[in-house]
Design a protein. Structure first.
Length: 281
């Protein structure tokens, strides 16, 4: 297992990746998103995971899913090392293998921040870990006879397992817990396309702006400004996917400076808005 490894999500360009990692902290310390879907299994330790404005408490055996529409971040509340399995999947790579009866991406087609967390049985947990090890070994031997088909078929089996588990648990999926920053995030989400400052948010919520900033930072370990920026980039991606121009996406998502929008979008996603739009035509 890799130690203290940082994930460079913006550089993720392979059809899929699979890694076991042990560290004290997540690869990304701030709210972020990917152009891929993510499967995250906690093997040991206890962490909190923010997805959109929801917060999930995770224990070993918990599986959490992130679509490429969802912003998220992990927090290690006790500063002890934790081990996780992380699989990234490019939806464009998987889509051709879905059938009318088996949509392999179904578990990612949810409302953002809803039903992300699944509790696996011991058998499901062991099966997923075994398949992940097979996938990693096949990738190491890439180019050898049969390795390409082993990679593909193992990945498909992983997605079948996860979707079956997701459908089986349904409404029994582990619910998020209330948290102190929820009202702040809710206000931001509802007013995302309007100009916002710390003063305007504190006035709307009738809270002192310094207390507001401290509360959000202590709860999420990120700043209010960082949350707003990543949420706006996520919204801009939605507009681009719906066919809007780059300029339209900029202003519709709450950015009011075109140059800043281009720079921020690239820093957040690893590509420019134009490149993102062309990749998803």
């Amino acid at each position: 297992m890799k130690k203290e490894s940082l994930y460079h999500y913006s550089e993720f360009s392979e059809p899929f990746s699979c890694d076991f990692t042990t560290s004290h902290a997540a690869g990304n310390v701030d709210f972020h998103m990917h152009n891929s879907h993510e499967i995250y299994l906690l093997l040991d330790g206890h962490i909190q995971y923010f997805v959109e404005n929801a917060c999930y408490d995770m224990s070993p055996g918990n599986l959490i899913l992130f679509s490429n529409r969802e912003i998220h971040k992990a927090i290690n509340t006790n500063n002890e090392p934790f081990t996780r399995l992380v699989i990234h999947v490019n939806p464009a790579f998987i889509r051709p293998y879905s059938t009318p009866h088996t949509n392999l991406l179904d578990c990612f087609h949810r409302e953002p921040g809803v039903n992300n967390l699944i509790s696996l049985s011991r058998e499901e947990n062991d099966s997923l870990i075994a398949m992940a090890n097979t996938l990693i070994e096949a990738k190491k031997n890439h180019g050898s006879f049969g390795s390409d088909l082993t990679e593909l078929t193992t990945l498909l089996q992983i997605l079948i397992l996860i979707n079956k588990t997701y459908k089986k648990t349904g409404s029994k999926n582990t619910s998020p817990r209330p948290h102190k920053a929820q009202a702040i995030m809710g206000y931001i989400d509802e007013n995302l396309t309007s100009p916002m400052t710390l003063d305007s948010i504190s006035h709307a919520l009738s809270l002192d702006k310094y207390y507001l900033s401290h509360l959000f930072k202590s709860e999420t370990e990120s700043s209010i400004f960082q949350y707003i920026v990543v949420k706006r980039v996520a919204l801009a991606k939605e507009f681009l996917l719906k066919g809007h121009t780059v300029s339209e996406a900029c202003y519709l998502s709450g950015f009011h400076d075109y140059s800043n929008f281009i720079r921020t979008f690239r820093q957040t996603t690893g590509c420019t808005p134009g490149q993102f739009k062309n990749l998803n035509l």
